[in-house]
Design a protein around this ligand. Structure first.
Ligand code: ZN
Length: 257
């Protein structure tokens, strides 16, 4: 009799534990599902709310939003009216904005140098080859030299400088210390002023100092490379911390949905 009642108690206890575990599992799954649904609703609503904040009339096909990167190379030259400023060519449509940008820096007490602007595919090829040769001259084998060059210089056809809308702009003191253009130029107030105020003139610092930007653009942080996108777009991109790639994705989604 004693053995029987012990077994019975054990059986009942086992059943109770199984029930509790099953109930807990059901509750947990339900809770997780609710949480996922809630997150999806939040995500959808944030995309929806952001859509209404996008600059009006902006289209992915706007001239100032042209995209060139490793994933979107252009193997033929882009044609636009060129103008020469400080010996550097650029798209005529950004001349005034760039002049105003540099004048703003000057008023704030910072002289600037326009290091580079438009580069044709042939120019880019030369820059690329020079870097490769320099790395090899420094003792690297071909593989290492190519890897280093590709990390800092776009392969011909995939440089944003082909657009005529990108400029390498440096504070004179920053450039004096880092004539080869280095991320550390942002140690200087002059460079930080340019980075901070670029959007007021329609430019964005194109390659930001964070891993998300680097994975989207394929380019390391460059504290000197500015890209004209227009004031409304630039302000929006800065406010929401978006690369051009991410901004164009957002615009595409907004027009599709
Ligand atoms: Zn550049």
């Amino acid at each position: 009799m004693k053995m029987h009642s012990k077994r019975l108690v054990g059986l009942i206890l086992g059943l109770v534990i199984t029930c509790v575990v099953t109930l807990y599992a059901i509750c947990y799954v339900n809770h997780s599902n609710k949480l996922i649904k809630k997150q999806q609703v939040v995500q959808k609503s944030s995309i929806k709310s952001l859509r209404h904040t996008l600059p009006k009339q902006t289209k992915v096909s706007d001239w100032q939003l042209i995209l060139i990167n490793k994933q979107h190379p252009r193997t033929s030259e882009i044609h636009f009216n060129k103008v020469t400023v400080d010996g550097k060519q650029m798209d005529q449509r950004i001349e005034k904005s760039l002049t105003d940008f540099r004048a703003g820096a000057k008023i704030a007490g910072y002289d600037t140098t326009l290091v580079s602007a438009y580069r044709s595919i042939a120019d880019q090829s030369e820059v690329y080859q020079n870097s490769l040769r320099q790395n090899e001259a420094n003792g690297m084998d071909e593989k290492a030299a190519t890897k280093l060059t590709k990390s800092v210089i776009q392969t011909p056809g995939s440089s944003e400088h082909q657009t005529g809308l990108a400029v390498d702009l440096a504070g004179n003191d920053a450039l004096a210390k880092y004539p080869a253009l280095m991320a550390q130029m942002d140690e200087f107030k002059s460079q930080r002023w340019l980075m901070k105020h670029a959007s007021d003139y329609g430019f964005v610092l194109r390659y930001l100092n964070d891993s998300k930007s680097m994975s989207q653009t394929g380019i390391d942080y460059e504290s000197w490379h500015f890209r004209y996108v227009g004031i409304a777009n630039a302000r929006y991109m800065v406010q929401h911390h978006l690369t051009l790639e991410a901004y164009l994705d957002m615009l595409r989604n907004a027009t599709q949905n």
